[in-house]
Write a protein that binds this ligand. Structure first.
Ligand code: SF4
Length: 293
């Protein structure tokens, strides 16, 4: 199990999911700004080299975050936290990954991408005996521009849209665009941010199941790209690859909007582990045995 989790981290760090790569290719094909086109070409070349050489696609290999959907009868349910931590330590040595976890009080770095609450683990308990494990190594540049808005409820969805576009505008080139944006609406301050971060796990091009929300996502993508920030902030027609919205019911007095920005290095990988120990990638068309550590 630990070896599979190390391999999952290697895949996340070195092989961009197909949906993101295809969106970057489309952006390059339609880009008319020569500088933006050159940047997109360089990003795609970098992605190709990372996959070929098995090296991380960016020097910032992120802070490791997990989203788990674990069946209540999954045999390793109680050991999972420890195994995930051990996998982070081993992956840091073997891939290798840049150690990115700093103690905010002492500035000490444990050197292995672990620490207090890190890897951060979001757990959903579900029926059954399987586990679905999503890993999201989140880069610091794009985390820097995430934002929580506490809007006056009277501003409604119009206010939400303005908050999203303003956040993208103010982020400019800092989150390494083209970016993917997760938007969490309602719930409360912490819930809206959690929904926003989880939303960036969705594949580029996948629309919200509610047609009204899907329409808002499309409207926001169009408006964000009209800002002209472009790849790495040099100008151009692609500032965002996609925007995903999730929401929760809210208190009448609050309208929170969590906004999470994710860079072009939109690293994520998902595996499914069944109770017999059989493990398959769901996010990538790859056999676990073909990944060398
Ligand atoms: S924001 Fe993303 S692309 Fe930019 S340096 Fe960080 S991980 Fe790399």
């Amino acid at each position: 199990m630990k070896d599979a989790l190390v391999k999952q981290l290697k895949v996340a760090e070195t092989i961009l999911p197909d949906d993101v790569r295809r969106a970057l290719e489309k952006a390059m094909d339609r880009e008319e700004n020569p500088m933006a086109k050159t940047i997109l070409e360089a990003i795609l070349k970098n992605i190709e080299l990372a996959q070929k050489t098995g090296k991380p696609m960016c020097q910032d290999t992120g802070v490791i975050i997990y989203y788990l959907e674990v069946g209540k009868d999954f045999p390793l349910i109680l050991e999972l936290n420890d195994i995930l931590k051990e996998a982070a330590i081993e992956a840091t040595k073997k891939i290798p990954l840049r150690p990115n976890t700093i103690n905010p009080w002492t500035h000490e770095n444990p050197g292995d991408n672990t620490g207090r609450y890190i890897p951060w683990i979001n757990l959903d308990l579900v029926d059954g005996d399987e586990a679905i494990i999503h890993v999201l190594p989140k880069g610091g540049g794009s985390e820097y521009t995430c934002k929580l808005w506490s809007l006056s409820p009277g501003l409604g969805i119009k206010g939400v849209k303005e908050a999203v576009i303003r956040t993208i505008y103010e982020a400019g080139g800092k989150p390494c665009p083209p970016i993917i944006v997760g938007v969490g609406i309602g719930g409360g301050a912490d819930i809206s941010m959690k929904l926003a971060k989880k939303a960036i796990l969705k594949p580029v091009g996948e629309r919200n199941e509610d047609p009204k929300i899907a329409e808002v996502e499309e409207e926001l993508v169009k408006k964000a790209n009209e800002l002209g920030i472009g790849p790495m902030g040099v100008g151009g027609s692609t500032t965002v690859l996609d925007i995903h919205i999730d929401w929760a019911h809210r208190h009448p007095a609050n309208l929170h909007v969590g906004i999470v920005t994710q860079c072009w290095a939109a690293r994520r990988a998902t595996i499914k582990v069944d109770s017999s120990g059989d493990i398959k990638f769901l996010s990538h068309n790859i056999d676990l045995n073909d990944i060398k550590i």
